[in-house]
Design a binder for this molecule. Structure first.
Ligand SMILES: Cc1cc2nc3c(=O)[nH]c(=O)nc-3n(C[C@H](O)[C@H](O)[C@H](O)COP(=O)(O)OP(=O)(O)OC[C@H]3O[C@@H](n4cnc5c(N)ncnc54)[C@H](O)[C@@H]3O)c2cc1C
Length: 292
């Protein structure tokens, strides 16, 4: 189908984009376009104006700064996936970027678009929950830092106000003994998840869990933070019993519905299995394994 008509504007600065958004409440931000353009073609979205962020270089960056890895919202999935620092120090993010769609989509799709779209089937939301990341929203009023746990309000709905642009994602720098992993089951390569689990853990010198983050993909209207499962791990060694208990709690936190990808029972079982695998891989990496 052909989208309804719209005005197309390509600002070159963030200030210009923010001013346009403030003046045009029916406008939509265009990032990689891989979710928005299909919605416009089906006329699910009919913005009067597209504000294209692709000319704003300041929104594409990826570097450690202070206590976090800072990623500009317009950073392409392919850049995240190919980054050495992500591969070496942020294996959960590395795992995630590699399984978003397919290489062609990843060349254009952005991490900011993936989060701002808030599709429960998207992969990055569970990962930012597990990292307990911060998301920076910018408006004409200035910057606002939103905890990932407060960002996803409903399916396709975030905490961003109409005049805010997601500008940066901040992932806490890993402590000495930490690791993470993302496990996704998809029906075929490039598909959205039937279910997926993101896990990030930090261990003390005795191998006990200091902090744990567990996020679930596509088993509810929003990404789900499995808080009871996270809490159950604190202060414990990540042995079989602790991992199994956390996996059970994560499956209980899931809110799947039956669809063409499987039954509710099947998806719960999947969450349990994938949590088990993600925690074991996270432990292996925390104990010295790299991103592999
Ligand atoms: C064939 C195919 C398979 C896919 N498979 C997967 C998959 O397996 N896993 C997965 O996670 N995703 C998948 N996707 C989705 C893909 O990752 C999208 O590109 C992504 O969800 C949106 O990113 P984008 O940069 O393309 O954003 P756009 O499509 O440009 O924008 C999406 C929405 O977010 C808003 N937006 C974008 N950037 C900002 C910002 N900085 N601030 C505020 N609002 C903003 C837009 O206004 C729009 O409403 C797939 C897409 C395709 C086409």
């Amino acid at each position: 189908m052909i989208p309804a008509s719209f005005e197309f504007i390509r600002p070159t600065t963030l200030a210009e984009a923010l001013a346009l958004l403030e003046k045009n409440p029916d406008a939509k931000i265009l990032a990689g376009g891989h979710s928005l353009i299909p919605m416009m073609r089906f006329r699910v979205a009919t913005p009067s104006m597209l504000i294209d962020l692709n000319q704003i270089g300041s929104l594409s960056h990826l570097q450690e700064n202070g206590d976090s890895l800072r990623i500009g919202a317009m950073t392409r999935e392919a850049v995240v996936e190919r980054s050495d620092i992500v591969k070496k120090r942020y294996p959960l993010l590395f795992d995630t970027a590699r399984v978003v769609a397919d290489p062609i989509v990843r060349n254009l799709a952005t991490i900011g678009g993936n989060l701002a779209h808030a599709d429960p089937a998207n992969d990055h939301p569970a990962t930012v929950l597990a990292y307990k990341a911060q998301l920076v929203a910018t408006s004409p009023r200035g910057e606002r830092v939103i905890a990932a746990a407060d960002f996803f309000k409903d399916a396709f709905t975030t905490a961003l106000s109409d005049d805010e642009i997601l500008t940066e994602i901040r992932i806490p720098k890993p402590s000495g003994r930490s690791g993470g992993a993302y496990f996704k089951l998809e029906r075929k390569v490039g598909d959205y998840a039937t279910a997926a689990v993101a896990a990030q853990i930090a261990l003390d010198g005795n191998g006990r869990v200091v902090s744990a983050g567990i996020g679930l993909t596509n088993v509810g209207l929003t990404p789900i933070q499995a808080t009871a499962a996270e809490e159950s791990l604190k202060g414990k060694s990540l042995d079989d019993g602790a991992v199994k208990e956390a996996a059970k709690l994560a499956s209980e936190a899931a809110e799947p519905i039956e669809d063409h990808r499987g039954s509710e029972e099947y998806k719960r079982h999947l969450v349990r299995t994938l949590t088990n695998r993600a925690l074991n891989k996270a432990k292996q990496r925390a104990e010295g394994g790299g991103a592999a």
